[in-house]
Structures are given as C-alpha cells and as structure tokens.
Ligand binder design. Sequence first.
Ligand SMILES: [Zn+2]
Ligand SMILES: [Zn+2]
Length: 213
Amino acid sequence: MEVHNINSSPYDANAYLIVAPAPVLVDVGMNASYLLDRISAIMEPTDIETIILTHGHYDHWGAVEEVSSATGADIVIHARDAHMLTDRMVSAAAMFNGEAASFIPERLLHENDTIDLGDGSGLEVIHTPGHTPGCICLYHAPTRSLFSGDTVFQGGGFGRTDLAGGDHRWLLDSLERLTRMNVDVLYPGHGEVTADNAAGQIRMSLQLARTYM
Ligand SMILES: [Zn+2]
Ligand SMILES: [Zn+2]
C-alpha cells in the first residue's frame, strides 16, 4: 500500500494520503495549501474520493473545507463525533484560532463500515472511543496497517482523555481491543509512522494507560 505522511508542522496532525484506485486521505491537518501542494507532487488531487476524519478535533480537520472543495472528495466521520465539527469549543477549534465547520459530512461512519480503496481491499472502521466518543481507527488487513488517529501513538503513547467527551475507561477498552489485532504498521495521528514491533508498542500503550487512572 502506498501511503504518504504529510505533516506541515509539529503542532499539526498527520495527514495520510493513500494512493490507490480510489485514493483516500486520512485526516488533513490545518494547512490546506501545504497539503494540496504535497498531494499535487504525487497525484492529481481531484482523483481523491474520500477524506476520512479519525475524530472531531480541529487539528485533524481544520483544512478540510478547503481540501474538500479543491479535490471534490467526500468527508466522512464517525456518527458520534459529527456534532463536534460545528462546536468551536468541543472541537478545540478555538484553541487553534479556528472556526467551527459549516459543512455537513457526506457520510457518517459506524463500527464495521469499510471505505473501499478500489483494489479489492478497504479500510475497516474500528470504533475506539476514549480520546473522543467517536474516535476511530482504520485497519487495512492485507498490510496489517492501523491508522490510529489520537487513540494510540508510537513509543507507548495514547490519547489524552481530559478534553470534552474524553473517557479514560473507554480508552482502556479501546486499547485492549487494539492489542488483540494483528498490527504490523502503525500510522498515528501525531509523530512518526512505525513498523518496529507495532503490536508490542500498542501493548505498551495499554500498560502505560492502565497506570494512569
Ligand atoms: Zn484529538
Ligand atoms: Zn490530535
């Protein structure tokens, strides 16, 4: 699977461009012009079909209206985080001097939904609440890849649960669930992509999160 991690700054979330017959963006970050420039160097931006938001926080979707109008791509997010988009406080848009969204997502996602990549494979929606109520991870079974948003990070990191809608017990359940999956490559919402014992790193995140009550 051809994946490009496009990150404009340490303060911004990662955006992942998945180049496939039906190309997908996983999150977009906050810098639309940077993202669109980088995409243009790789492929035709208007070929992107879907923008998947891993959750409702602004650092993951601040650029989405501009990116979606430039690409024509549909915006999709888990049903339980959709309300965050139009709330400047709950989405943390205010924290980044951003505005609440004025768009409505084309599709609301639920557990077990799949976003088709057009090559016979797809990204499976794993509902992993905790950091927010509608956080999702996306699993690509053929390559054992996990796009983990702000649920789990490399090096034993995990999502904070002290923001609006966060719940540490839900996060522990979600992390536990991820430790039961076969993950070889971790694509987190912040920081580096890792293929170095990714499953072991997720187990470490669970262990550390358990000490954090
Ligand atoms: Zn977040
Ligand atoms: Zn984030």
